[in-house]
Each structure stands twice: as C-alpha cells, then as structure tokens.
Design a protein around this ligand. Structure first.
Ligand SMILES: Cc1ncc(COP(=O)(O)O)c(C=O)c1O
Length: 386
C-alpha cells in the first residue's frame, strides 16, 4: 500500500478513499489524542508502560503466549530469522508473489531466498511448489532451514499442508502475517499458526498505527526471550551488557498508545470488513469471480482483490470514474532487479507471473457504506463491459 493511498482519504470531500483512516479517527473521537497526551505527560517515549500493556493485549487477542512488539513488520520478520540463526548457505523458502520485505530479510542475513509459486485462487504459497523448491535447493548445495508463508491480502496461507511439508523437512515455519492480523484458520487466530508470526502495524494494515510498527507473536518462550534481546541491540541483563548482535528494533511508546485504542474497536472493524466483503461478493456476482475463501478460513480482508484479463484498461477507466484501485503486486519478486539472481522452484513461477498481470484491489476498509460499494461495483460492471 502506498502512503498516497493512506493519506488521500477525506470522505467528506466526495472522492472515494481507498483506505478510510479519517472515518476511524472520527469514530475514536478524542481517545487517541488523550492516549498520546498521557505519553507526553509521563515522557517515557522509549519502552514506556504502554508497550508492555499493548503486548499483553495483543497476546490475549491472538491467544498466544508471547508478543514482542517492534519497529515494523520487516523487523519482526528479521528478528525471528536472526533468533533462529539463519545464515549464509541456508535456504529460506517463500512465495514470489509478496511484498519485498519477505525476501529482503533473508538476503540481509546472507541466506538465500528461494522463490516458490502461489495458488491461482488464494494467491498464497503453493505447497507443491514448496516441496519441489526444497529438493532443488538441496541439489544446489543449500541447507533448507525455514519457510515463510505469507497470508496474502489477509487470508491465512494453507498452514495445514505447509506445516506438514515443513515438519517433514525439519524446517521452521514463519508466518508473514503483515496483512492478516485478526484473521483465523480453523478457529485458530493468526499468531499461533506457525512456529513464529510476524505482523505489521503500518497505517494501512487492518490494525495500523500512526507510523511504523510491528510485532512478533509466538508460543515459544525461548524464542521470545531471544527476540526481546535482539530488539534492543542484543542486550543481556541490562542494555549495556550485549550478549549477541542485535538491532534497534523497538516500537515507540506513542505508537503503542495509539494501537491500544485501536485494538479496542478492532474486533468490530474485522466484522465490518467481512460485511463489506460479503456485500462486494453479492454485488459482483455474475460479473467477476469474487476472491476465494478456503474452507475454515476467516480472512481479515486487508485487500479485496480480483483477477481478470484487461486489468490495466479497467483500472484506468475506474480511475477516470473516480474509483481508486491498486495493483498488489505488478511484478513478482523473482522478476525484480534485486532478486533476479535468487533460486526459484524448478518448474518456474507461472501462476505468480500471470497474477501480476491480472490482479486489481478495490477499496476496502471497515467504513465502506453500501452506497459507496454500489457505486464502485456499478462502475466496475460498466468498465468490464467496455
Ligand atoms: C506481506 C508483507 N510482509 C511484510 C511487510 C512489511 O511490513 P512493514 O511495512 O511494517 O515493515 C508488508 C508490508 O506491507 C507486507 O505486506
């Protein structure tokens, strides 16, 4: 999501916002201002009491033993891989149809991101492509260490099958839940679906703060302790006792204070996102295939993403009609300049390449009204007919 998409929201002015943070702010009234004022008064900007309080509340929400907040979703991924000791010569498997962070953190540690294909209906990691990529990476002399499953657009990946492949090959399973905090699979909330989970509080995410933020969620107490140390320069018993190489990866107290207020209304917002997705499904029936929700999944609908031919023309006509859309992602990572040298699954990544040409995301947020969705879908129906 671009900053422009986040900042262009002013529903009162008429244009349809892609993501409507202004309505959420109106709903919260003075609560966020008061929470920020409390931080300004106590002055503990770094690791203030709100940070621990937020971690406690997030753990309760997701039903996990440990939450370590941090400075971004990217750092959450990085901290987990650092704690697992991922290093040069290691292979870490991930879908090519994702945001750069998922691969970047692997490369930053000197390990090899190995790109796998995704499934055409859910846009999530294809377990068969994963299996094939593991065999190929072994032949190339790499040591398979971990798989990162990405919950694209807010729907959990197929943790049942991916988990089985990971266990069979002795791989750690990292859930990149940057887009899916608030979703669940088989009644189990995101946060407990892998060995460790990374999420993002980027403003446009379903649970977003007013800057950068993220968190590591896990039931593994030892892992949580190492991540806590890594987050503060690898601290030991105190911050000037460095027992490992770490980073400055803390979440600001101000962002924690904002998130505590937003978490209070989050369950209700997740329900509103589901209602909006249901409405889209009804309004688009017979026009275009709605997104596939797998059996047992309750997505959080970070994005409402369709796939169809002629995407660019449709997007341009919708823009002319005042309907904002976005393309996540126009180029899979294995085709990006920085990642072209990285290994890929043996049979290529045709599904991701095809999706990159066909996907289009419609406005999605908890404050979409039936009238706005009607307007969006009428315009989409008309542009698809042209
Ligand atoms: C799939 C995925 N992984 C990781 C990230 C990184 O999160 P952040 O922007 O908080 O670093 C994002 C953010 O857009 C994402 O969509």
């Amino acid at each position: 999501m671009t900053e422009a998409a986040v900042l262009s929201d002013n529903p009162a002015a008429g244009p349809i916002p892609f993501i409507d943070l202004a309505s959420q702010r109106r709903r919260l009234g003075t609560r966020i201002d008061e929470a920020i004022a409390r931080v300004l008064d106590h002055g503990q900007y770094i690791m203030g009491p709100e940070v621990k309080e937020l971690e406690r509340r997030l753990a309760a929400f997701a039903g996990v033993g440990h939450v370590v907040s941090c400075s971004s979703g990217t750092d959450a991924l990085l901290l987990i891989l650092m704690a697992w000791g991922i290093k040069p010569g290691d292979a870490v498997f991930l879908p090519t149809f994702t945001f750069a962070s998922t691969a970047e953190v692997v490369a930053l540690l000197g390990a090899s991101p190995v790109f796998c294909d995704v499934l055409p209906d859910t846009f999530n990691l294809d377990p068969d492509s994963l299996e094939a990529a593991i065999a190929t990476s072994r032949k190339a002399g790499l040591t398979p260490r971990a798989v990162i499953a990405v919950d694209m657009f807010g729907q959990p990946a197929d943790y049942r099958r991916i988990g089985a492949v990971a266990r069979a090959h002795g791989l750690k399973l990292l859930a990149d839940a940057a887009q899916s905090f608030g979703a669940s699979l088989d009644g189990r909330p995101v946060g407990g679906l892998g060995d460790a989970t990374a999420t993002s509080f980027f403003p446009a995410k379903p649970l977003g703060c007013y800057g950068d933020g993220g968190a590591v969620l896990t039931d593994d107490a030892d892992l949580a302790a190492v991540v806590e140390s890594l987050r503060v320069h690898g601290k030991g018993s105190h911050k000037y006792d460095n027992v490992r190489i770490g980073i400055n990866g803390r979440l600001d107290t101000l962002q924690a204070a904002v998130l505590i207020e937003k978490l209070d209304i989050f369950a209700d917002e997740v329900a509103a996102r589901q209602a909006a997705a249901d409405r889209y499904g009804r309004l688009l029936a017979g026009t275009v295939q709605p997104p596939t929700v797998v059996e047992g999944a309750a997505p959080v609908w970070a994005q409402y993403t369709l796939a169809f031919d002629g995407r660019d023309g449709v997007a341009a006509r919708l823009k002319a009609a005042g309907i904002p859309t976005a393309v996540y992602y126009p180029l899979p990572l294995h085709m990006q300049t920085a990642y072209r040298p990285c290994p890929v699954a043996p049979n290529g990544l045709p599904v991701a390449e095809d999706l990159a040409r066909r996907v289009l995301s419609l406005p999605m947020h908890p404050y979409l009204t039936p009238e706005i969705q009607e307007r969006i879908c009428t315009a989409l129906r008309e542009t698809l007919r042209m």
